[in-house]
Design a protein. Structure first.
Lengths: 599, 350
């Protein structure tokens, strides 16, 4: 029987075009109605150097990049082996490589692993015979994959034609010939059913899936939410957000600024928001460090502002191209003084859209900076996404003073909700002096302890309602289960898959995925953990930051532990499943111990 | 946005501008600076300039950083919006505000610490972007607010109140602005209101970044013998370049053409007239302006006046082709791309 879920990993050197082959395969699969998810990794060189991609194709929904490869394609073993962490080969992997390397099936450079099947293919030679040169190896590989996987040739060729015809008829013809040679080879040398995909259901026209990544989704969400100003400074892995908005936002009556540094980026966004428009910045670790002072200003002056942090490994320059979930403490706490600022996190590419729109809504509603913690994996992985239905999304705008409030305008009026109408410059009667200094209701400087207490109370009070936002959490699995997982960001998808597998194996477990990380919605956790006997917080940070954060506010059951590790070590569904199984066994054991021993 | 003015306060004896407002209407809160601080005189000059130019107070936005100088936005135009940002970051705050609402009149007030130390990069880039803003640097050679440490504009040999001499060469903000391409550069002295007010008026009408460095002595920490930013030293070494008149566009120009007067027409039709004291000086020649300031600096003289002006330059909005309607005034329905535009965006990913 063919499979419904397949992972392919490929690696080559810069000129091999292996990543673009992966993209072509993914695009064709998406057009055919499959779900697909692709991550890419590159060597340390800025250009050239080795590159790799992992593509997961399935007939049903996908939540993560998955585990070991089902099919590995090594254009060159040296390059392939540099991606050991990403391109894991196991006993059930089919391995394909270029026979020109001289490596034989019994001498594979894969210590300790015997793949399910090893097949040397004369990649270079076949390409040369078909086209006269070995340049189009990637088209040949696509032909092989089409033949083996069953992704229709027509769909892949349509994509290749679009790409190569622009560069000339001859190139397109060479590409097509290389593809055909690969396709015929695959027909003559079929692989087993484990790497053959069940056909997908082709979507009816118009409802085609989008192929996009988290950074593009963030930017599109900002445009949709009505963001009119972006100020930022390039930094991996967030730069695409700036690039997208610098190109697009002008079309929608907005403006974008590539500032001289991250401080100017966030400060210009604050200035724009102050002047009355929705505004944002996007950055990653080192840039986030620089923004701290202005974030405090935004909290004090109560200015709506969205700050997207696409997390990478840290501290300092850290691991610029690898995901980590280590910036949660910084997001919550990097400020002097007592500050409460909302922190949200998306769990997938599609989710990024909704979380970003929510971030703008929260920022506007409560006149506060909001930090969105995306991460390199979600931000840069390409994924099929269903067209976004925006008909049910409501957009929020900041409260403005009405005629009566302008009679005796108090910018920081201490209302019951804590939110005060915010006038924008140019409004007659609406002038005030905003600042980072502690102030009274009119905005005039005030340094008495009494006023400081009152204003702190106002700034904290207005955000309390967020703790009741149960819609910013999803609970999955068996509500009464004794085993509970909590996971956020890119790790959440892995847990979703592990949970599905655990349930399929008859284990009772459940999963809580928070999009709102801070303020901690204590009631949600208390309710979720009621009756839970064992659990795990799964996250990619050395300290297990969410686990620690939640425990500041909630008494968790004793046997809820942290399953955490440093960034650049993405979780795989199988290992989370193992942990669930271990917990289940321990519980079972406990249960047996508790039974009275029969005499 | 409608511009309904509050009924002006009636002071029958005080002169009124075209809006029916008196100078008092352009004042702000009581100053909390030291008595005699140069910054208060700059505040008074700003009040005068805004009043004379008939700027509706609610159409002006005052931006500043942190410092005694930065506090002064509270002391003029209480009916105008103001924002005290963080130390050295006023230029970028003003850039963002400017991008969101291009129709307001922006004035940024800063100090030599705020502008030449912590915020030097921000100042340079605001010049480079040509943000439409009057940028007033109240220059006293010290960090007044933190009680008198040397700033980056302190001259070599200038001594602190306790007698220590500064050894490091200063950053001259005027030379900096000239070399970075600022399109309006002036220098004045807080004690010379007659010179300062017309410069501020012309700067407010300039389209683009208008930089005005004002020597503004700190009476508490830098007004002693040995300081080169004291009242006395400044008066003694003052080299006033061509005094300027600012002639707003609505005023009928009656003065006869005079060979000793150079006139620069501003983009809105206002005129700046330089009464020449130095026949060779050309305020539209950047290199000459630079050389002139340097030449006098070498003999210990502080050149003041409107040093350079380029009225053909393009500002932030021209450079970026921003919409002519302020972004903040575009109705939300027009702005939000909604589902249709989102679909178009999404189409690119298919
Ligand atoms: C990040 C930061 N560092 C230091 C300070 C302390 N500080 C406040 S004002 C100032 C210097 C002000 O000097 P200047 O801009 O020349 O203003 P003046 O008081 O002389 O008018 C300093 C260092 C601060 N507010 N913020
Ligand atoms: S310390 Fe100096 S700069 Fe500050 S208010 Fe007093 S005189 Fe002015
Ligand atoms: Mg100073």
């Amino acid at each position: 029987m063919a499979t419904t879920d397949l992972i392919i990993g490929m690696a080559g050197s810069g000129g091999d075009g292996i990543v673009s082959a992966g993209e072509a395969l993914m695009a064709a699969a998406a057009r055919e109605g499959y779900r697909a998810l692709m991550t890419k990794s590159y060597g340390p060189q800025i250009r050239g150097g080795e590159s790799s991609c992992r593509i997961r194709i399935a007939t049903g929904r996908l939540h993560s990049a998955g585990g070991a490869l089902d099919l590995a394609v090594a254009l060159n073993w040296d390059d392939f082996l540099k991606f050991g962490a990403e391109l894991t080969v196991s006993g059930s992997t089919v391995v394909v490589w270029d026979s020109a390397s001289g490596i034989t099936a019994d001498r594979l450079p894969l210590p300790g692993v015997t793949p399910a099947r090893a097949l040397a293919v004369p990649l270079a030679e076949l390409t040369k015979t078909a086209t006269g040169s070995d340049k189009m190896k990637n088209s040949l590989v696509l032909g092989l994959l089409s033949g083996w996987l069953g992704v229709p040739a027509a769909a892949i060729l349509a994509g290749l034609k679009k790409r190569f015809l622009r560069k000339g008829e001859a190139l397109w013809q060479a590409s097509e010939r290389a593809f055909q040679a690969g396709f015929e080879f695959a027909r003559a040398e079929p692989l087993d059913d484990a790497v053959r995909l069940e056909p997908a259901v082709r979507p009816a026209g118009g409802a085609e899936k989008l192929l996009t990544d988290g950074n593009e989704m963030s930017a599109a969400a900002a445009v949709f939410a009505g963001c009119r100003f972006f100020g930022g400074y390039p930094i991996t892995p967030s730069s695409e957000v700036m690039q997208f908005l610098t190109r697009e936002i002008w079309k929608y009556g907005g403006a974008a600024l590539q500032a001289e540094d991250e401080i100017a980026g966030v400060a210009s966004a604050l200035g724009a928001s102050l002047a009355g428009v929705k505004a944002m910045t996007a950055t990653s670790g080192p840039g986030m460090d620089l923004k701290t002072e202005v974030l405090g200003l935004a909290s004090m002056a109560e200015v709506p502002l969205v700050v997207l942090n696409v997390q990478r490994g840290g501290p300092s320059t850290g691991l610029p191209t690898r995901a980590e979930q280590g910036d949660l403490f910084q997001a919550c706490f990097s400020a002097h003084g007592d500050v409460l600022r909302p922190v949200l996190a998306p769990t997938s590419v599609a989710d990024t859209f909704h979380v970003m729109v929510e971030a703008f809504n929260v920022a506007e509603q409560y006149q506060t900076p909001v930090i969105v913690l995306s991460d390199q994996e979600i931000a840069q992985r390409k994924e099929t996404v269903d067209p976004i239905d925006t008909s049910r999304i409501a957009l929020v705008e900041r409260q403005r003073p009405g005629e009566s409030e302008l009679q005796d305008y108090k910018r920081f009026l201490d209302t019951e909700s804590g939110v005060s109408p915010m006038s924008c410059p140019g409004t007659p009667g609406g002038a005030y002096l905003g600042s980072g200094i502690e102030h009274n209701e009119t905005g005039a400087p005030a340094s008495s302890g009494v006023m400081h207490t009152r204003m702190n109370d106002k700034r904290f009070r207005k955000l309390q309602a967020l703790r009741q936002r149960t819609d910013l959490f999803s609970e999955e699995g068996d509500a009464g289960a004794p085993i509970a997982l909590v996971s956020w960001g890119s790790s959440a998808g892995v847990c979703r898959e592990a949970l599905a597998r655990a349930q399929a194996a008859g284990l009772r477990a459940k999963l809580l995925v928070p999009r709102l990380l801070y303020p901690v919605a204590d009631d949600v956790y208390v309710r979720f953990f009621a009756g839970v006997q064992a659990g795990l917080f799964v996250e990619q940070s050395y300290q297990g930051q969410l686990h620690r954060l939640v425990r500041m506010f909630v008494d968790l059951p004793r046997d809820v532990q942290s399953f955490c590790r440093s960034g650049a070590n993405p979780f795989r569904p199988a290992e989370v499943l193992e942990r669930i199984e271990a917990l289940a066994q321990a519980l079972q054991g406990r249960l047996e111990d508790a039974q009275p021993v029969e005499e | 946005m409608t511009s309904i003015l509050k009924p002006p306060v009636i002071h029958p004896s005080l002169p009124k501008n075209a809006l029916g407002l008196t100078r008092r209407d352009y004042e702000g809160a009581m100053s909390t600076l030291c008595a005699g601080c140069g910054h208060d005189s700059v505040t008074a000059a700003l009040v005068q300039a805004f009043w004379e130019l008939d700027v509706p107070p609610h159409r002006a936005a005052k931006m500043s950083g942190i410092g005694c100088s930065s506090k002064t936005t509270a002391y003029f135009m209480r009916q105008s919006h103001g924002f005290n940002g963080v130390h050295g970051r006023m230029p970028s705050l003003a850039t963002g505000a400017n991008a969101a609402n291009r129709d307001l009149v922006y004035v940024g007030v800063s100090g030599d610490g705020d502008s030449l130390s912590i915020g030097l990069g921000q100042l340079c880039h605001a010049i480079r972007r040509s943000v439409n803003l009057l940028y007033v640097l109240e220059n006293n050679g010290v960090y007044g607010l933190t009680k008198g440490q040397f700033s980056a504009s302190a001259d070599v040999g200038s001594t602190s109140k306790k007698g220590e001499a500064n050894e490091q060469p200063p950053i001259d903000p005027v030379l900096l602005a000239l070399s970075l391409g600022a399109t309006f550069v002036g220098r004045s002295f807080s004690g010379d209101k007659a010179q300062l007010v017309p410069i501020l008026k012309a700067a407010l009408r300039h389209r683009g970044f208008a930089f005005v460095d004002v020597i503004s002595p700190c009476v508490s920490f830098n007004d002693h013998v040995g300081s080169t930013k004291s009242y006395r030293y400044t008066r003694e070494h003052y080299e006033s370049l061509a005094p300027v008149d600012f002639v707003p566009v609505r005023q009928e120009i009656t003065a006869a053409q005079d060979a000793a007067v150079t006139t620069v027409r501003m983009h809105d039709g206002s005129l700046v007239r330089f009464r020449k004291t130095d026949d060779t000086y050309d305020p539209t020649d950047r290199d000459a302006a630079y050389a002139h300031v340097r030449k006098h600096q070498e003999v210990g003289e502080i050149v003041t006046g409107l040093l350079y002006i380029d009225e053909d330059a393009r500002d932030l909005h021209a450079l970026n082709h921003t919409a002519t309607t302020p972004l903040v005034d575009l109705p939300y329905a027009d702005l939000c791309p909604g589902n249709t535009a989102l679909q178009a965006l999404q189409d690119e990913y298919r």
